[in-house]
Design a protein around this ligand. Structure first.
Ligand code: F3S
Length: 653
């Protein structure tokens, strides 16, 4: 039987296990990336593992989430990251050089390689045929030390793209259509492999927009085959020798197939406050817009900003609307400046931000209260923009720019009719690539150019807390009962006043779940143990391992949820918290404040492979909770977390 593209790459990197859907396998990792909010903990864990040097082909440390150096804590973190990259042999991308996914794509992503990154949008270079997976920081630290990465073989879904995009429909609309059809849970446990003539018609930046947004489906990854367009893109950035032809076999068998005809697409928009709340733009028309932001890791490439620039040529944005361009990389900014597009956009009324995540996580450009903000980003979770009950819409650069011109949400086709002289800015091959991009990136310090050979820690950089090995009893109060789709932003918000404590777990943990209940951290500390209860898809969103680490620090021992997001579940194992699945009735019956006891001997049950545990609530009623865990994950739980487990294995314990 033939193989899918994903199977070919997995097979090439297989270290342990069988390539069968649902089976846990260990794979070799070629490249790792980490960013500044997750990176400090990655390197502290790498140090705690007594590692001397990066063992993967390549490791890259980016500084993108928290680049504004409001106080010494961020600056200290950046210096620590530079010192860690230098000490251990990783590339270091300086603050302001751009967002990890864009800069990695430009400089390092390569077809056929495996990439593990401590950021949930790591799958972005799947558009170049790299198998890229997001994971928790501890998984990155272990992979960097030469350890394999364990993952359940996902279902592999063929997304067959037919036809070609019509005018004004874009790659963003392909991704939004996938979200409209499948929802934010529709990709859990899956890898989407895009094939067909429609896939061939898309440029590399268009493909990477789609693979970036695959994360919002909950997918493990998304990937495109490579072809002449991949080769051409790599050669234009001076990396043609990294091209490898990769195609699924003709008789490859997929677990499922989705057919999407690109020619049926129209401009779409995700309404507040979930990326899958997608409607045609025409249905949201007329809504007044106060802010438009074009950029981020989703649509921050030079080729994403150029359409906006072309639409604005010789025009002005509406007086009551502000438009900000947040490029994905400094090289994209540089290209736009060299070609005169920056001046063109500025003349239209646009402001430029440095190449940073910034506004995507509420750091800068927070919308005004009771106002609409249109963004070309990938997430519009409530409050993520930095203001509670915000009203953030997600759309393509074309729709965002049309709104900036009109001052309200408008289908760009209608705006084109109204203005008479607005043309769809579709890019020709010739101008959609950037010769020179990715070369001579002076803001990247290679391991050979390292300026530090020891770690430099400021006063806000603490140690990695460890958990005791699992005991036989888990009993405590249900300290918080939460609804469906609780995101890692709810658990540990990523705003600047909180993120600056990312290297200081005792302080950071004071903010745990504060967006759900601001008394939680205090109550958890006083209770000295307890459990969390949640609905479906608990831990959706980012790879932020602090969302498991901080509850662990506060003494939480188990999370009872109807279902878990993939990366967060792995993070719970990594920090020794037991993720138990409960059914809808149990979820409905259990109340915050109830006393929850796991009746069975937990340590023994976990060791012996027990899958069903009995929980007793208030000594009044009982229910069943499931533990879906591999043997390795059970060992990790027993040891009190992956750090201790990895050290024990290294010591032969
Ligand atoms: Fe950064 Fe937002 Fe992407 S935080 S990595 S721009 S999803």
């Amino acid at each position: 039987m033939g193989q899918t593209l994903t199977e070919k790459i997995l097979d090439d990197h297989l270290v342990e296990g069988e390539l069968e859907t649902g089976e846990e396998i260990g794979i070799e990792i070629d490249q790792v990336l980490t960013q500044d909010t997750t990176g400090t903990m990655v390197w502290l864990q790498f140090e705690a593992l007594d590692m001397d040097e990066v063992q993967t082909e390549l490791a890259a440390q980016y500084c993108d989430h928290q680049t504004y150096q409001f106080d010494f804590k961020n600056t200290d973190d950046h210096r620590f990251l530079r010192s860690a990259a230098g000490t251990y042999g990783a590339y270091f991308s300086r603050p302001g050089n751009g967002i990890c996914h864009q800069v990695h794509k430009e400089n390092f992503a390569a077809p056929g390689k495996t990439l593990l990154g401590s950021d949930s949008h790591t799958p972005t270079p799947g558009g170049l045929g790299e198998l890229a997976i997001g994971a928790g920081g501890l998984d990155i630290a272990v992979a960097m030390g030469g350890g394999e990465y364990y993952v359940e073989v996902p279902e592999i879904v063929n997304v067959r793209l037919e036809g070609e995009l019509p005018e004004w429909a874009t790659a963003k609309d392909v991704a939004l259509e996938m979200l409209r059809r499948l929802s934010v849970k529709g990709g859990v446990g899956k890898i989407f492999e895009y094939t067909g003539p429609g896939a061939e018609s898309l440029t590399i930046p268009e493909r990477t927009t789609i693979t970036n947004l695959g994360t919002e489906l909950g997918a493990t990854s998304s990937i495109f085959p490579t072809d002449e367009k991949t080769k051409d893109w790599l050669s234009r950035i001076g990396r043609e020798d990294e091209y490898v032809e990769l195609q699924p076999d003709e008789d490859a068998e997929y677990d499922d197939e989705i057919v999407l005809d690109l020619s049926d697409l129209e401009p779409l928009i995700a309404k507040p406050s979930m990326p899958d709340n997608v409607v045609p733009v025409s249905e949201a028309e007329g809504e007044e817009v106060e802010q438009v932001i074009l950029g981020s890791c989703t649509n921050g490439a030079y080729e994403d900003i150029l359409p906006g620039a072309k639409m604005l040529e010789g025009r002005e944005i509406a007086k009551h609307t502000e438009m900000i361009v947040a490029p994905g990389s400094k090289q994209a900014s540089e290209m736009l400046a060299r070609e005169g597009w920056t001046a063109e956009m500025m003349a239209a009324g646009v402001n430029f931000s440095e190449a940073t995540c910034g506004a995507c996580i509420g750091i800068g450009h927070v919308p005004a209260s009771d106002s609409v903000s249109l963004r070309t980003f990938n997430r519009n979770f409530e409050g993520r923009s930095g203001i509670e009950d915000d009203s953030v819409y997600l759309c393509s650069p074309e729709v965002a720019t049309a709104a900036a011109i009109k001052g309200e949400i408008v289908d760009p086709r209608d705006l084109a009719d109204e203005l008479g002289d607005l043309e769809a800015p579709g890019l020709e091959m010739g101008d959609s690539y950037s010769p020179g991009m990715g070369q001579n990136d002076s803001d990247i310090i290679s391991p050979d150019e390292a300026i530090d050979d020891e770690l430099i820690k400021g006063p806000n950089i603490g140690d990695v807390p460890l958990k005791d090995p699992l005991g036989s009893e888990i009993e405590g109060e249900a300290l918080l009962k939460m609804e469906d789709n609780i995101t890692t932003d709810h658990i540990i918000p990523a705003t600047s006043d909180i993120l600056k404590f990312r290297s200081n777990v005792p302080k950071l943990s004071e903010f745990t779940l504060s967006r759900v209940d601001d008394t939680f951290a205090e109550r958890a500390k006083q209770a000295d143990g307890g459990v969390l209860v949640a609905g479906e898809n608990y831990g959706q969103g980012s790879s932020r391992e602090h969302a498991a680490l901080c509850p662990m620090y506060l003494g939480i021992e188990a999370v009872l949820a109807q279902s878990f997001a993939r990366i967060h579940k792995a993070n719970l194992f990594n920090f020794g918290l037991v993720p138990l699945t409960i059914d809808e009735d149990t979820y409905a019956k259990i109340e915050q404040g109830d006393d929850v006891e796991i009746v069975d001997d937990v340590a023994e049950g976990i060791k012996s492979g027990k899958e069903e545990f009995t929980i007793r609530v208030n000594d009044e009623w009982e229910a069943t909770a499931q533990l879906d865990a591999s043997e390795r994950e059970r060992d990790i739980l027993s040891s009190g977390g992956k750090l201790t487990w990895t050290k024990q294995r290294a010591e032969g314990g």
